[in-house]
Design a protein around this ligand. Structure first.
Ligand code: HEM
Length: 416
């Protein structure tokens, strides 16, 4: 296969967030790590950080590198009247966990941690297993499937939908909302797409404001009830816009990312049959498999930070207010930490150091749930599926361009 054009040009002639660079992240990130692990892009002014140690250092230093990038993601709000009119129908958008810093972040995170306890995650296991077996039954009956829509999407979507009090008949809506948030995050949406996403987000807010009221009156054993009733020290409970912001984050972060990792695992299964033979012989390796799949897929590929003061990164001066992109996907393939980094090795010894869930105070609140979903999904697939055959060429698979997230949109397979 010929090398994408962008890889033959000097770095300064393109941007790391152009669709061309996003289309070949593995090779492009390798170039960044080799040529400029801290790269100041002359087109966008953004600083890109791609080596493992520096990504970790920045993720940990929340005083110098803030997560308050929410405002930067909503640039057109004031200037676009049509968008403002749509948003006026819903609740005001507030920054909570992902886009807040300590000490404010600590309050939200403390409340949400109360809903993601080890007890909660372990009680979900039998249900995740039932969901997986039901989907596998359907795939085996069909023979030819789209693994993304027939398995990788419905597993996390069903789990989180149930936990957020969404009834079965509303699942399609739920998926539409998740897609709307992802479109908003992609940094690639046209104005029409942004307006449509804003309409969907208002519907999401109205729907969940009603669910929150229901749970306030009538709590159940689920995550949404825990959030409504969570209390942090002597502080007031969360108000509706705060809770909606949190639910929105759970919806997006809980679906798209887990789906991408489960789908990527099956692609690896097809490419590395010997590794999966090892796993069938020794199912105890499944925890390692989960970590190695996370390392190679890193669905939250990149994340924003904003410099709070004049600083430097590895000697490169970074003025206050600069946008910095930390590249978890690149850090996880840094040869200094992971020898032979692009090879899938379920016995990789240091794989638990992978940072697909981030690092520092923002480290993923849903990590234990995501790990559980992947673990159960892989065990069920290993038990029931003998063979996956890809019905299209690997090079033809579609990864929609998105500056933060990466995942395949469809995977046509024959299962037996
Ligand atoms: C394979 C699956 C997942 C991956 C790779 C992933 C990745 C990440 C990463 C890298 C961050 C840190 C962002 C930063 O440093 O700014 C994060 C934060 C977060 N994730 Fe996940 N995530 C996954 C699944 C989930 C699930 C299942 C949920 C919830 C249902 C979830 C909810 C969140 C939330 C709310 C945050 C923000 C936490 C904070 O700012 O304190 N994620 N995730």
């Amino acid at each position: 296969m010929s090398q994408p054009d962008i890889l033959n040009k000097p770095l300064a002639e393109s941007s790391p967030i152009s669709p061309e660079a996003l289309a070949c992240p593995v090779q492009y990130n390798e170039r960044l790590r080799t040529e400029a692990p801290v790269y100041h892009c002359p087109h966008s002014g953004i600083y890109f950080v791609s080596d493992y140690e520096t990504v970790r250092r920045i993720a940990k230093d929340h005083e110098t590198f803030s997560n308050k990038f929410g405002q930067a993601m909503r640039p057109t709000q004031e200037v676009d009247e049509e968008l403002a009119a749509i948003q006026a129908e819903g609740y005001q958008s507030v920054d909570t966990m992902l886009t807040e810093d300590p000490p404010v972040h600590r309050r939200y995170r403390g409340l949400v941690n109360q809903a993601f306890t080890a007890r909660r995650v372990s009680t979900l296991e039998p249900n995740i297993e039932t969901i997986c077996h039901g989907l596998i039954d359907k795939m085996l009956a069909k023979g030819e499937v789209d693994f993304v829509t027939d398995f990788a999407e419905p597993v996390p979507l069903t789990v989180i939908a149930e936990q957020l009090g969404v009834s079965l008949e509303d699942y399609e809506l739920f998926k539409t909302w998740s897609d709307a948030f992802v479109a908003q995050l992609s940094g690639m949406a046209s104005r029409e797409e942004s307006l449509e996403a804003a309409r969907m987000i208002v519907k999401f807010q109205q729907y969940f404001a009603a669910r929150l009221e229901e749970r306030r009156e009538n709590p159940q054993d689920d995550i949404i009830s825990d959030i409504v009733h969570a209390k942090f020290e002597d502080e007031l409970p969360l108000d509706i816009p705060e809770m909606l912001s949190i639910l929105q984050q759970l919806l997006v972060a809980g679906n798209e990312t887990t789906t991408s990792s489960i789908a990527e695992a099956v692609l690896l299964w097809i490419q590395y049959p010997d590794q999966f033979a090892k796993l069938k012989a020794n199912p105890d390796l499944v925890d390692n498999l989960v970590e190695e799949v996370l390392r190679l897929s890193t669905p939250t590929a990149n994340m924003w930070r904003v410099a709070t003061k004049d600083t430097e990164i590895q000697g490169t001066p970074v003025p206050a207010g600069s946008m910095v992109m930390i590249k978890f996907s690149s850090a996880n393939r840094d040869a200094e930490v992971y020898p032979d980094p692009h090879t899938f090795d379920i016995e990789r010894e240091n794989v638990k150091t992978q940072i697909a869930f981030g690092y520092g105070v923002h480290m993923c609140v849903g990590a234990s749930l995501a790990r559980k979903e992947m673990n159960v999904a892989f065990r069920c697939l290993l038990e029931r599926i003998e063979k996956f055959e890809l019905l299209e060429e690997i090079e033809d698979l579609n990864y929609p361009p998105n500056v933060l997230l990466r995942g395949v949109s469809g995977l046509k397979l024959r299962v037996s």
